[in-house]
Design a protein around this ligand. Structure first.
Ligand SMILES: N[C@H](CCC[C@H](N)C(=O)O)C(=O)O
Length: 284
């Protein structure tokens, strides 16, 4: 039996295991199993707390399809709450090692339990890595370009904010079939490692709405790094200020673009704790 805790950050939900106390093998397969909404516990992703040589703790993050991802904004807030509330760290300010670099987190807490977390997610990258994006034109950045799929034109920008994101600005989010077009773009041949797709509607200079189709997951109620990516692009294109509230189906995130990096602030909530009973090998 594997002891787990389940959290969510604005509706993006995660299973967390303690890899410092227990050794986990076949993590990709474990993620597929525990994230399964019927045969498993059910979540968008799985995280394992590991020891770090360069920070207080290390976050191993897997999407629900078992693929490894470099960073997860909603996930790291939940991860930070988990390590603080379980006394793996003894400070409200600490560093988390991720595949996207070392992230600085700052918790605010009530009766010694974390309830809101701010993270400096570092700086966005706009240069396109050939292993991530295949283009038939020799451009270094892909900002505010027309991307056509099934004869539908989209205004798209591509950037790395912890992980690879496409930001698509639309007039009205309700008129977009997020599942259909999100899947088409996530798996498009232009993205050999796939991509997270953030459909974005500008409400006013300080507020945007974002619906995300996540790489390796599908439609989610929120994507932290995707919300930050969207806020960066709408501000870069002059539609919004540098500090933006992002309305996602699961709640609201605050993104602030500061000298030292992109800060995201949002909630992290414990849903439940339990013991995961590994399915019999011939089950899913
Ligand atoms: N939900 C995450 C993003 C996960 C990114 C993952 N889907 C990938 O493969 O890059 C967030 O809140 O930032």
């Amino acid at each position: 039996m594997l002891y787990f805790e389940k959290y969510h950050g604005t509706g993006n939900d995660f299973i967390i295991f303690n890899g410092i106390e227990n050794k986990y093998n076949n993590k990709m397969e474990l993620a597929q199993k525990v994230c399964h909404r019927n045969f498993g516990i059910g979540a968008d992703g799985m995280m394992i707390v590991e020891k770090s040589e360069v920070a207080h703790v290390k976050m191993d993050f897997y999407n629900s399809d078992g693929s490894l991802a470099p960073m997860c904004g909603n996930g790291i807030r939940c991860f930070a709450k988990y390590v603080f509330d379980n006394k793996i760290v003894d400070s409200t300010d600490f560093k988390v090692e991720t595949l996207a670099g070392i992230m600085k987190v700052k918790l605010t807490h009530l009766e010694n339990k974390a309830n809101s977390v701010s993270i400096n997610m570092g700086k966005p990258y706009f240069n396109l890595e050939p292993q991530d994006v295949i283009l038939d034109v020799d451009i270094k950045e892909y900002i505010n370009q027309i991307f056509t799929v099934e004869n539908q034109n989209f205004n798209m920008s591509i950037l790395t904010m912890g992980t690879l994101h496409a930001v698509i600005i639309v007039e009205n989010l309700e008129q977009i079939d997020i599942g259909h077009y999100g899947k088409l773009i996530e798996t498009h041949s232009m993205f050999p490692k796939r991509i997270n797709v953030n459909f974005t509607e500008i409400l006013d200079k300080e507020n945007i709405k974002v619906k995300t189709y996540e790489r390796g997951v599908g439609k989610t109620l929120s994507c932290g790094t995707g919300s930050a990516a969207a806020a960066i692009i709408t501000s870069l294109l002059g539609h919004t200020t540098r500090n933006v509230n992002v309305q996602v189906p699961g709640g609201t995130l605050t993104i602030e673009q500061k000298q030292k990096g992109i800060y995201m602030t949002g909630p992290a909530q414990l849903i439940c704790r339990g013991e995961y009973n590994h399915p019999h090998p011939n089950q899913l």
